[in-house]
Design a protein around this ligand. Sequence first.
Ligand code: ARG
Length: 590
Amino acid sequence: MEKLLDLLSAEVGAAFEKAGYDKELGKVAVSNRPDLCEYQCNGSLAGAKKFKKAPIMIANEVAEALKESKAFEKVEVCPPGFLNLNLDGEFLKNYLDEMAKAPKYGLKEPEKKLKVIVDYGGPNVAKPLHVGHLRSAVIGESVKRIIRYMGHEAIGDIHLGDWGLQMGLIIAELKLRKPELPYFDESFEGEYPEEAPFTIGELEEIYPFASKKSKEDSDEGRAFKEEAMNCTFKLQSGVRGYRALWKHILNVSVTDLKRNYDNLDVTFDLWKGESDVHDIIPGMVQYMKDGGYAYLSDGALVVDVKEETDTKEMPPCMILKSDGASLYNTTDLATIMDRMKNYHPDRMIYLTDKRQELYFEQVFRCARKTKLVDDDTDLIHIGFGTVNGKDGHAFKTRDGGVQRLEYLIRDINDQMFAKISEGREMSEEEAKDTAKKVALAAIKYGDLSNQASKDYIFDIDRFTSFEGDTGPYLLYTVVRIKSILKKYGKEVDITNGLHNYTNESEKKLCMQLATFNAMMENAYDELAPHKICAYLYDLANAFNAFYHETKILSEEDEEKKIGYLRLLKFVQVVMESCMDVLGFSAPDKM
Ligand code: ARG
């Protein structure tokens, strides 16, 4: 379906043409003086020079030609030559009726269906998720859903950090604590136990302990680090016991990660990791050498990625360290190669902290230069800002530690549960389920409503408020509609046609609904969930203004009443579609 603004521009364009001017001059925009009109067109001013005529004269002629148009109820010429326009009610109603019947409320199917890999989440195995992991998961999930909603194919890949020194650190520490385990006995030839020799709790204690020890400036610290590197090397070169132990670490950790991401309603199609490309690295390195892309510099293998136009420092992309070990870069490049071979995506989108911006720039340039990707494969990095506490510094627990995501979510759930249980008739189970939904909306909307690249303040009190620009306020609006429709009791079908608006607040609400397709397209083009958030908030406000001004169920004119109810239902389904794309949903009551 055409976007409303395009239709209006075509209408005004035709009037320009009829009056003897270029139809391109008829571009209509939302008015920047909403006190005067709803839309405006400034084409007469632009055309004045070319047609050597006063803008006001052009505008008058166009206004005359627009008299026949059914799109506007008001066309006003305003000096020096603006066209002030108000939308016609019948035209708006017809547009919404068509939208109600169209798939995805009038959003166009793409001409070419793209295949997109969204690389998000990116947790490191054996490290608990913390607040910093929230953004990649929440924004990435929404970006993936936006792409799907637009009609493209999106594949979500978690890209686990499961292969580097952190694995060696855990193995080295386990070796000290439990040397009797068969994994360390090189002469062992039997089957290794199926059960992991640790729990997730132990694993999460071991990693930070080992990591801290390896950084100590002491003989013990240095020796331990050496041993951890040795373990990493053995793991990567395929020593059987080390691989078996690593599999345990991975399984235990992934089970825990799945539980955590499930709580956030974040799901991945691929649970691949850095380790998955280990075997293809030698081939890739050889290819880069043979192609003359990679060369030795101080013993390390590098690819230059500097371009003449660079104004900032652009260090070469390191492929192998001087000891032959691979790096974060290496696995990312090999992953690109692997994805091209197995999925051949049109785009790959990465979501990480914006501090990795330069890193991705290097990797993308290297991938392009070495032709790991086709020229028409897009590589996109979405870098997001930091989650801060109310003090403006990185979000911490009360005692200054890193906040575990699991506990944070649990606390917000509890808080929400207490709020919802207060004097409400709901079973405990229903209240728990509702609390979970509201808490999730509070957390996700609190994040997504900010432009991704900006830092934001994680303000639980604000996020969980039922008023203002918050997730719960949006849910509350949908719940309010659901409850009115429930009271009405009969099925309401939006495809049976709305009525012409009856007051200004209803018109505003209808106009807001009518911009859904344009908004969604824009959110997709810019990969910007915050645009959907802003739309939802405006829609909820427009609805609530209408609701406070209008008798709905007590309306005596039956036709009017059903018109209102269809509009309500329409607002509900559009809001729910937006929420689904953002990754949360509304309960029935709250
Ligand atoms: N594990 C990485 C980290 O903790 C994030 C991974 C992001 N994705 C990627 N393909 N590099 O920083």
